[in-house]
Design a protein around this ligand. Structure first.
Ligand code: ZN
Ligand code: ZN
Length: 250
């Protein structure tokens, strides 16, 4: 479809995330829904601000013991992190797998032994491709095998997630200022750590990220249900799962 201004607005088939989809499927779906409006309307700092907004709302859910608030905001923060990753043209599955190839990236063990062994330097990780999880659900299981939930409280997992949110933002802003190629590896590492914390919190709280994402993205954008998303900036900036009635329908 051509708009009067000659801007090509391609109408795409409705899409959903299947519960047994891969992380690559999830990344591609987020690309198809959100890259066009994101590229036109958002700077990287704008995207990070949204990712942080939903992460903090999820953490508020932990503090208040509101598991539904935690769940929905965690899923949305995960979605915004794909917009970050897509802007950087990273392959998120490779980024996660290179950092966590079915072992802890600090002690190289599964389950992690960092709490008892205290490694003083990072070992070189040997990657066994035959262990690479096929689906998003399998990746969540991998993180529960590497970092069993009995080793931490949900609040501990949440604090770690907040820490990694800050480190990811710091790494990206350092790159925005200096544009050094080696800084891209730091960003990739921090993105992998951020995603590992999303799965860590999800595992501690009993949230299935694949099932939840399939519910949230059952038809295109979770709010306007279009692909590409046509949510207004006002709607995006005011969007919250806690008070949906106060937000104008896009
Ligand atoms: Zn470890
Ligand atoms: Zn939308």
């Amino acid at each position: 479809m051509l708009s009067p201004g000659g801007l090509n607005l391609e109408v795409r088939m409705d899409r959903s995330f299947p519960k047994d989809g891969s992380i690559a499927d999830y990344q591609q779906l987020m690309r198809d829904i959100y890259d066009l409006p994101g590229d036109r309307n958002f700077s990287m700092s704008d995207i990070l601000a949204q990712q942080q907004r939903f992460t903090m709302r999820a953490l508020k859910g932990i503090r208040k013991g509101d598991m539904q608030q935690l769940r929905l905001n965690l899923l949305d923060a995960f979605s915004w992190s794909m917009t970050v990753v897509n802007r950087l043209h990273f392959n998120i599955e490779d980024v996660i797998w290179c950092r966590f190839p079915y072992q802890c990236s600090y002690c190289a063990a599964c389950p992690c032994t960092c709490q008892t062994q205290k490694p003083d330097r990072r070992p070189k990780l040997l990657i066994d491709e035959s262990k690479r999880p096929a689906t998003l659900k399998d990746f969540q299981k991998m993180f529960s095998d590497i970092y069993p939930t009995n080793g931490r409280t949900l609040a501990d997992a949440g604090i770690h997630w907040a820490e990694e949110t800050g480190e990811m933002s710091e790494a990206i802003h350092a790159y925005i200022q200096e544009h050094r190629p080696d800084q891209l590896q730091s960003i990739a590492d921090e993105v992998a750590d951020f995603v590992s914390c999303i799965f860590g919190v999800a595992n501690s709280a009993g949230i299935d990220v694949a099932d939840g994402s399939a519910e949230l993205f059952y038809k295109n954008c979770l709010a306007c249900h279009n692909i590409p998303c046509t949510c207004s900036i006002e709607h995006i900036n005011k969007f919250s799962f806690e008070k949906p009635a106060e937000i104008p329908v896009p």
